[in-house]
Design a protein around this ligand. Structure first.
Ligand SMILES: NC(=O)c1ccc[n+]([C@@H]2O[C@H](COP(=O)([O-])OP(=O)(O)OC[C@H]3O[C@@H](n4cnc5c(N)ncnc54)[C@H](O)[C@@H]3O)[C@@H](O)[C@H]2O)c1
Length: 287
């Protein structure tokens, strides 16, 4: 099946990045969110990312105009779904919300539409089973920030067809991404490792082993990670990371119990970069 039109549901940290990659990859994109403010901020971010790509000579001004001409935003799920060949869902990491969104998509998308979820941890089988198209449901797990990160983890549900897998893979490749095929298991490959490393760093912080900056510096310079685990958690969003940990704790057991400091920061509204404060303060003027 040839994909021309992609709908992206949810215009938060990930949805806006996926919309960027899809538009630059040559697809027509309908970016949908229930929040008009999220759509406006997404468009501003996408324009900024496009400008940076021009500055780095990755794209031309003409590429940018063409990408923006392929992009529309809407608060109507029905409108985004009605013309989509592929939908990529990037709403909050809550199973009941994803199921509700997929049931609406199932009702409003044409019969041929493939439904993908960008979940970090959850079961595409469970999400697909709530629709009448389990064979056309799959997980496409993108990474943050999407414009820069190369990987898409592709996770089949129990009934996902080979054709659906082929569609997901070929779309990811057209977006300039590398793919890996992963069998369904909570947390796939990447989130299972990344959540564990991040949680251990948070435990060290609360135990007073070292400061946040020194934990991150040690992991970057000593273990050759490109980002420290606390910096990464701030980039992901601490609310999103907490939901990931809660799901993995429920499914995989004690090893994944969320660090109390993570719960405390989320309760305090310190959600990371997107609000200006998490393990680090992003509002402070640079020295
Ligand atoms: N943040 C990351 O680094 C990261 C990385 C990979 C995967 N993910 C996964 O991507 C998904 C989205 O995460 P995020 O960090 O972008 O979240 P986010 O909180 O930044 O954005 C979620 C967006 O969904 C919107 N939304 C909520 N309910 C909706 C609905 N019913 N219909 C349409 N839009 C709705 C919200 O208004 C918000 O703009 C989650 O499943 C998360 O686990 C996140």
């Amino acid at each position: 099946m040839r994909v021309n039109n992609i709908a992206v549901i949810g215009a938060g940290v990930m949805g806006r990045g996926i919309a960027y990659a899809a538009a630059v990859g040559g697809f027509r994109v309908a970016l949908q969110d229930i929040s008009q403010a999220a759509l406006q901020s997404a468009l501003a971010d996408i324009e900024q990312n496009l400008a940076q790509a021009v500055a780095r000579q990755k794209l031309t001004e003409a590429d940018v105009r063409a990408a923006m001409a392929r992009m529309e935003t809407t608060t109507s799920l029905e409108q985004a779904a009605s013309n989509a060949d592929l939908v990529i869902e990037a709403v909050l990491e809550k199973m009941e919300l994803k199921v509700a969104v997929f049931q609406q998509l199932d009702a409003h998308c044409p019969p041929h539409t493939v439904l993908a979820t960008n979940t970090s941890t959850m079961s595409p089988t469970e999400i697909g089973a709530a629709t009448k198209r389990a064979d056309k449901t799959i997980a496409m797990h993108f990474f943050n920030p999407v414009p820069k990160m190369k990987l898409v983890e592709i996770v089949r549900g129990l009934d996902t067809s080979d054709e659906t897998y082929a569609v997901a893979r070929s779309v990811a490749e057209q977006m300039g991404k590398e793919t890996v095929e992963v069998n369904e298991f909570p947390g796939f490959v990447t989130s299972r490792i990344s959540c564990l490393v991040g949680n251990e760093a948070m435990r060290m912080l609360q135990e007073g082993v070292a400061s946040a900056a020194d934990i991150d510096k040690a992991i970057k310079l000593g273990l050759n990670y490109p980002m420290g685990p606390l910096e990464l958690a701030d980039l992901v969003g601490l609310d999103t990371r907490l939901r990931n940990m809660q799901y993995l704790h429920e499914k995989l057991g004690e090893t994944y119990r969320p660090a109390p400091i993570l719960e405390k920061y989320v309760k305090a509204g310190r959600l990371g970069r997107k609000v200006g404060r998490g393990f680090y303060d992003y509002t402070a003027p640079k020295a």
